[in-house]
Design a protein around this ligand. Structure first.
Ligand code: ADP
Ligand code: NI
Length: 216
C-alpha cells in the first residue's frame, strides 16, 4: 500500500508541474500530511484519507473542468493502481465533498471526508493561508484592499465562484469562517492557533493602512 502512496505523490508532481494557482503540488502534499495526522488521531481509514488528500485537486473545476464531474483523472490513476471499485467510489465521494462553496458548502458524509475537508481548510488559514490568498489575488489581478468595497457574506456557490473582490475581503468572506466549519477535534485545535495568527495579521494590516500604528 505504501507504494501506491509513493506513486500518487509522483503522479501529482507531474500533474501540477506548471501550476502555481494555489492548487499545486505543495498544497496537495501539505493537505496529505495534515489529513493523515488527523485521520490517525480520529481513527479514520488512513489509506482512503491519504489517497483522497493527494488527489483532491486533480479534477478541480478550475484546473480541469472537463474531468471535474466524473473525477476522471483520479479514477484513471486509481484504476491503474488496481484499487477496488468500492474504494474508488469512497475516494471520489470524499473529493466531491471537500470544497468550500459559500453557504452551499457540504458537511462530508463520512469520517474520512471530514478529515480531508479539515486538512484542506487548515491549509487555507494561518501563515500559509495568508500567503496563498495574496498569491491568488496577484494571480487574478485583484486589489489588496479597498475600504469602499465591502465584504459580502452568505453567498451561494454560484455567487461565491463568480464574485470578484479584494484579497482583504476574502478573509471576511471565507478565511475567518473556516474555524467554525471544522469537523474534527484534532483539526479544531490546529485551526484555533492558525485563526488567531491570521486575525492578528489582518488587524495589523488595517492599522498600517489607516496609519494608526504610528504617531505622525
Ligand atoms: P478550494 O477549491 O480548494 O476550496 P479555492 O479554489 O477557493 O479553494 O482557493 C484556493 C486558494 O486560493 C485558497 O487558499 C483560497 O483561500 C485562495 N483564494 C480563493 N479565492 C480567493 C480570493 N477571492 N481572494 C484571495 N484568495 C483566494
Ligand atoms: Ni485544496
Amino acid at each position: 500500500m505504501s507504494n501506491i502512496i509513493e506513486n500518487a505523490i509522483e503522479y501529482i508532481k507531474t500533474f501540477f508541474a506548471s501550476e502555481y494557482s494555489g492548487h499545486d503540488f505543495d498544497h496537495s502534499i501539505r493537505v496529505y500530511k495534515l489529513a493523515k495526522t488527523i485521520a490517525i488521531k480520529e481513527n479514520a481509514n488512513v489509506t482512503l484519507v491519504s489517497l483522497a488528500a493527494l488527489l483532491h485537486d486533480v479534477d478541480d473545476v478550475k484546473i480541469s473542468p472537463n474531468t471535474h464531474e466524473d473525477k476522471l483523472n483520479a479514477v484513471s490513476f486509481l484504476k491503474n493502481e488496481d484499487v477496488s471499485e468500492s474504494d474508488i467510489d469512497s475516494i471520489c465521494t470524499i473529493i466531491s465533498e471537500v470544497s468550500f462553496n459559500g453557504a452551499d458548502t457540504l458537511t462530508p458524509s463520512t469520517l474520512e471526508g471530514k478529515c480531508v475537508q479539515d486538512a484542506d481548510r487548515l491549509d487555507a488559514i494561518g501563515a500559509i493561508g495568508i500567503a496563498r490568498a495574496f498569491a491568488f489575488g496577484g494571480n487574478h489581478n485583484r486589489e489588496i484592499h479597498n475600504p469602499d468595497i465591502k465584504p459580502v457574506l452568505n453567498m451561494s456557490k454560484e455567487e461565491y465562484r463568480n464574485h470578484k473582490s479584494t484579497t482583504i475581503n476574502h478573509f471576511y468572506e471565507k478565511l475567518f469562517l473556516l474555524k467554525d466549519m471544522i469537523n474534527t477535534q484534532t483539526a479544531r485545535e490546529i485551526a484555533d492557533h492558525r485563526d488567531k495568527f491570521m486575525r492578528s495579521f489582518v488587524d495589523e494590516f488595517l492599522c498600517e493602512w489607516d496609519g494608526t500604528d504610528f504617531n505622525d
